[in-house]
Design a protein around this ligand. Structure first.
Ligand code: GDP
Ligand code: MG
Length: 240
């Protein structure tokens, strides 16, 4: 499991907010600020099931947590439109960012549009959890920890069962790796056991969940992980 870096209230330690917010190292989380929603980024290649996962998480957690969602599309607002059509949350709790550029730029290099969207939602709804779905990108795309507190990286079995073995910052360093579309594995000849073993090796103890959002839409394991992170965040935020 990842390590949670917590500010030392005893003093002496450098102010953790002085850290580079674009730090790509997965262990260098900024500690939560009190009263602040937990921000969870969801990244991964095009079509792996990010929007399906966001919808499933809203359904799984929406009745117990105050939630809001930011979507990123390059030219359209399709993902936000899909979520609104699915009525997973009140429309005004879903905000679309049109990046107009490579998706990773908007979640890592110039996060202004996404930060504005998150902060607008926080101001209007005071949510406990904000999900930020990245535009689909390649395996090198990760979120800045200036934008999110935790990141989930999503792969799918149809994208090739050698992807976990190849590692990369999202696969290896994300706080949670999700391997989606296990229902398709037999159809595309993907070896899910191998994917799980490779993920375990490159992730050095950080968690991985294999799932099919299609056939198991309750996403129990992933929802449980998010629920635990929200609870831990609230606890640390109160202490900070
Ligand atoms: N068979 C199958 N299809 C899925 C699963 N999850 C998502 N999909 C489908 O994959 C396509 C892409 O999903 P989407 O959530 O839009 O991917 P995104 O581009 O990562 O946001 C859609 O047609 C989904 O219905 C799954 O677990 N199994
Ligand atoms: Mg999407």
């Amino acid at each position: 499991m990842h390590r949670l870096d917590v500010a030392d209230p005893g003093g002496g330690a450098p102010d953790p907010h002085d850290q580079d917010p674009h730090d790509q190292h997965p262990h260098h989380h900024l500690p939560p600020r009190p009263g602040r929603a937990l921000r969870v980024g969801i990244g991964g290649p095009v079509g792996c099931g990010k929007t399906a996962l966001v919808a499933a998480l809203c359904r799984a957690l929406g009745h117990e947590l105050s939630l809001a969602v930011v979507t990123n599309d390059i030219y359209t607002t399709e993902d936000a439109d899909f979520l609104r059509r699915q009525a997973v949350l009140a429309d005004e709790r879903i905000v679309a960012v049109r990046t107009g550029c490579c998706p990773h730029t908007a979640i890592r290099d110039d996060i202004t549009a996404n930060l504005d969207a998150v902060e607008d939602l926080v101001e209007r709804h005071d949510p406990e959890l904000v999900l930020v779905e990245s535009g689909g990108d390649n395996l090198t795309a990760t979120f800045s920890y200036g934008l999110v507190d935790r990141q989930i990286f999503v792969l799918d079995t149809a994208g090739g069962d050698d992807v976990p073995r190849k590692g990369g910052p999202g696969v290896a360093g994300a706080d949670l790796l999700v391997v989606n579309k296990t229902d398709l594995a037999p159809l595309v000849g993907a070896d899910v056991d191998q994917m799980a073993a490779d993920a375990a090796r490159v992730r050095e103890g950080r968690p991985t969940i294999l799932t099919s959002v299609r056939t198991a839409p309750a996403v129990t394991g992933i929802a449980g992980w998010v629920r635990d992170e929200v609870a831990r965040h609230a606890l640390v935020g109160r202490r900070a």
